[in-house]
Design a protein around this ligand. Structure first.
Ligand code: SF4
Length: 752
């Protein structure tokens, strides 16, 4: 379907979320206004920002103009950071539960009392049941680092981040196939294949800007495969409303055509890949005809697209997305994407995919330590070698390939309920709402009832915190200093913009103080965040001073792709040290290496095949997401909110205060349903009540909901019991090999 057919019918075309500040900075020049350069935390992207502060009040946020990738842009959520800072529903005092669990009855406490209570309880539990009986959860990032350090010092191996509910698949697949993470060159590509990676809704500003420019060009092609007419589909040159869960079949047919017709980069594959024979065997029968009934896309269309992509290669990006279809076969879908890119020979080509040219990589390429690199003071903390409840990283476990620092969230509730492999007694959580963001909410609620002690650290009294025994209020990101982070060609750092409101502390201070009260702080070589930062900077006072002043330090380096002779020649004018490394083809082939067991790009993965027979090659095991139900419920991000984090913030709540379920207009009429009807969505895991929104922009067999609503905690007054929590309908069984949370699920509609 061509995009112009849908331009008028899309309800969301107007909501493209990259916004420029509407007020100019001059509006705040009166009084003692100052700018603090910091880093946004309204989502995990961490854009550099400029915070305008007047009389210790944050008054305005725009992008940090010194950061050229974003300049002054922030998204709607980034601009609303001030609104979160002054949200009257924020937590500003430690709370100790006085009513029944979940009754929302609390008394305020001093930090001394609250931290001492937590220390005493954790010590008691450790003495009676061992440190492993306490689990620790957090979203990834700075909170996770400080929580993990504390958990390691305490002695528990049961540390979890949000990875398994979000980016675990593409991280694992890139590591298994290429030996590590890669970047996509959206700015210079000619053809992009997008499987529902909604960069205009799940925004990463720098990438969204590049993709917007790409989509607006007349000599590029954006192909979007997604069951829903999303904003990115609306900007596409071609939209294919593929049946949910079947991307893997489309990709296996595409690869079948390229191998059948010998239309792939044979020289590249010969030089840099292994496993071509096994790949050929796995797609021998996956012809375009074969996939027609699976995906709903005609064989003719696949043949045409295979040819188009081959002709545009190597300036092609087949985008693995962030968290797109998410089925039990997610690992294979993302593997097929990684393989498709390799076949097009786009590795280290302009407009393709490439390794990061960060400071340490550039130093290696040039052969000199030109750019400052960082130390990691947290490296001394090691996850204890005790078996985990989810078996992550352990031989014989289904989660063998999962990092022991991130774990599998969906395995927490079953382990607590079954007391296998051992009983869990307490849960320490920071900045994560397990009851909205993790599958099988009903099972998690039952598991929580079994626990002796729960601590939650957050900015809000969210659904999970509402069930805690002690709630510790964290300062918002505008009130705290944090560590140095890498950003493309440089570094950035979160700097405190205003003094704390009420009685809150940073996550760094909370865990550090707790470790000190419990006398488990021997490994902490730093007392303050400033000492931590100085250790990171290896004593580089100038780097730290510049990061405090400007929030970001970038170094100007010409772009570099290791297989682009002209670009390499230009680079050598600035860094002649690389001249000796240039080969007879003008490439830097000696610098191309893959950290896989074979040192090649693995089209077939022996180590996976050994442990999980048939999964070393491409397959479609367990791709079905309907499971006998009439509809598949899919979910995604809105540009107005970040997962379940921002719905209560007044200005964002005004922009989007509910999340109706999208249903195909014709299908709804066939079922006698109208726009605005209230119905139940139901399956074997639970039931939720939703409002319907009729649209032509979705397949008849698919429903869609924006995730993050349906909150039960009364403390979040703006969103209490508004909308529905789709995680209630998701099952605990995770995807094969990668253990990702499966977010496409079969449901039926029942009348209320
Ligand atoms: S994308 Fe938006 S919310 Fe996320 S860090 Fe950037 S400005 Fe903040």
């Amino acid at each position: 379907m061509k995009r112009r057919d849908f331009l008028k019918s899309s309800a969301f075309l107007g909501s493209l979320a990259c916004i420029k500040p509407v007020l100019s900075a001059n509006a705040f020049t009166n009084g003692d206004r100052k700018s603090v350069f910091s880093v946004c935390e309204m989502c995990s992207t961490r854009c550099p920002i400029e915070v305008s502060v007047k009389d210790n009040k944050g008054v305005f946020i725009n992008g940090n103009p010194k950061f050229s990738a974003n300049k002054t842009s922030v998204c709607a959520r980034g601009g609303a950071g001030i609104n979160q800072l002054y949200d009257k529903n924020r937590l500003i005092k430690p709370l100790i539960r006085v009513g029944k669990r979940g009754e929302n009855k609390w008394r305020e406490a001093s930090w001394d009392e609250a931290l001492n209570l937590v220390a005493t309880k954790l010590n008691e539990i450790k003495e009676k049941h061992g440190a492993k009986s306490v689990i620790f959860t957090s979203k990834a990032g700075e909170s996770h680092t400080h929580m993990s350090n504390f958990a390691c010092a305490y002695g528990s191996p049961n540390i979890f981040s949000h990875y398994s509910s979000c980016p675990i698949t593409y991280n694992m697949v890139l590591e298994h196939t290429y030996g590590g993470g890669l970047s996509r060159d959206f700015a210079n590509a000619k053809y992009i294949v997008n499987f529902g990676h909604n960069l205009f809704e799940g925004i990463v500003i720098s990438d969204a800007k590049k993709l917007a420019k790409f989509a607006a060009s007349s000599d590029t092609k954006l192909l979007v495969l997604e069951p829903r007419f999303s904003v990115v589909a609306a900007k596409a040159d071609e939209w294919l409303p593929i049946k949910p869960g079947t991307d893997v079949a489309f990709l296996m047919a595409l690869i079948h055509v390229w191998l059948r017709d010998e239309k792939y980069d044979k020289d590249f594959v010969k030089e840099y890949c292994i496993g071509l024979d096994e790949l050929k065997a796995s797609v021998k029968d996956t012809s375009p005809k074969w996939q027609e009934n699976i995906t709903g896309i005609s064989a003719k269309t696949i043949e045409r697209i295979a040819d188009e992509i081959y002709k545009a290669a190597p300036k092609v990006v087949i985008d693995w997305g962030h968290k797109t279809t998410t089925t039990h076969a997610e690992y294979q879908r993302t593997r097929a994407i990684a393989i498709a890119n390799a076949l097009m020979g786009n590795y280290e080509k302009k407009g393709g995919i490439h390794t990061s040219k960060n400071a340490s990589n550039l130093n290696k390429i040039i052969g000199e330590n030109i750019f400052p690199t960082l130390d990691n003071p947290s490296n001394v903390f090691k996850v204890p070698n005790t078996p985990r409840i989810d078996g992550a990283g352990e031989e014989g476990s289904k989660n063998y390939f999962v990092s022991r620092k991130h774990g599998v969230l969906m395995d927490i509730a079953p382990a607590i309920l079954s007391e296998k492999p051992y009983p869990i007694k307490a849960w320490v959580n920071t900045r994560f709402n397990h009851l909205v963001n993790v599958a099988n909410v009903n099972e998690s609620l039952k598991a929580i009832e079994k626990l002796d002690f729960i601590v939650s650290i957050d900015v809000y009294l969210n659904d999970f915190s509402n069930l805690a025994d002690v709630v510790l209020p964290e300062s918002s990101y505008l009130e705290r200093d944090e560590s140095i982070l890498g950003v493309g060609n440089g570094y950035y750092m979160r700097n405190k913009a205003v003094e704390v409101i009420g009685d809150t502390k940073s996550g760094f201070d909370i865990f550090k103080e707790l470790a000190s009260i419990m006398k488990i702080d021997e490994l902490y070589t730093y007392k303050t965040i400033d000492e931590y930062r100085m250790q990171q900077a290896k004593g580089n006072v100038d780097l730290l001073a510049n990061l405090k002043k400007d929030g970001v330090v970038t170094y100007k380096v010409p772009s570099l792709y290791l297989r682009e002779p002209k670009i390499i020649k230009e680079f050598a004018k600035t860094y002649p040290q690389i001249k000796d490394k240039i080969d007879s083809n003008g490439e830097l082939s000696s610098l191309i290496s893959f950290k896989t067991p074979s040192k090649k790009i693995e089209l077939f993965i022996e180590k996976v095949e050994k442990l999980f027979p048939a999964h070393g090659s491409l397959n479609m095991v367990d791709y079905d997401v309907f499971n006998g139900h009439e509809f598949c419920l899919t979910s995604g991000k809105t540009p107005i909110h970040t997962n379940a984090h921002t719905q209560n913030i007044p200005i964002l709540n005004e922009l989007m205060s509910e999340s109706p379920v999208w249903i195909n207009e014709s299908k709804a009429k066939e079922l006698g349903l109208k726009d605005g009807d209230i119905v139940y969505l139901e399956n074997e895991f639970g039931k939720i009540q939703v409002k319907l929104m009729l649209t032509q922009g979705i397949r008849p067999d698919t429903l869609f909901i924006y995730h993050g609503f349906g909150r039960v905690t009364p403390a979040l007054k703006n969103i209490h019991e508004v909308g529905a929590n789709d995680s209630i309908l998701l099952g605990s069984k995770s995807g094969h090999i990668c253990s990702t949370m499966v977010t496409n699920i079969g449901v039926d509609i029942k009348r209320v």
